[in-house]
Design a protein around this ligand. Sequence first.
Ligand code: IMP
Ligand code: MG
Length: 176
Amino acid sequence: MEIRLHDKQFVPFLSAKEIDAAIAKMADAVAKDMNGEIPVFVGVLNGAFMVVSDFMKHYKHDCELSFVKMASYDGMQTTHEVKQLIGLNQDITGRSVVIIEDIVDTGNTIVELQKMFADKGVKQLKFATLFLKPEAYDKDIAIDYVGLEIPNKFIVGFGLDYDGLGRNIPEVYQLK
Ligand code: IMP
Ligand code: MG
């Protein structure tokens, strides 16, 4: 069934079950790479809150969680200026850090995040994202864990918004 947010129509794209399976796979892949270490997961607000919640439930080993808040989108357009609205307030020296994103589009946010963590003395910095738009991503930074590669079309739901709306939808819808 179609939904409407503000002035736009959206059609169903991914079910809650498909999303959950992708997140479970990511959590397993991360766990395999941690070799008994306790990782610090860093969720990127606002969009990633739902991904982080489900990811944590699938991660069956000791782990810690922090959040940072970034903003780059204005309506349906990504802007080149990525702003840090809330920073990290935890010592992560020598730690394995896994950034958890909802979606990687142009990668501008990823670039900004890498800069932000460059001087923190971490043991390793990894990037995990539920969604990746390969046609839009043009940066060199490796995305270590990808839930699903999706076409370069605007989506909403599961934490992702269109101008503030749609974050509460448990499935993912695509712009019609
Ligand atoms: P990037 O910096 O261009 O990679 O964009 C990353 C951020 O833009 C994501 O963390 C989302 O918050 C937002 N974003 C990118 N694509 C979409 C989309 O299709 N729907 C909703 N938000 C998006
Ligand atoms: Mg985001």
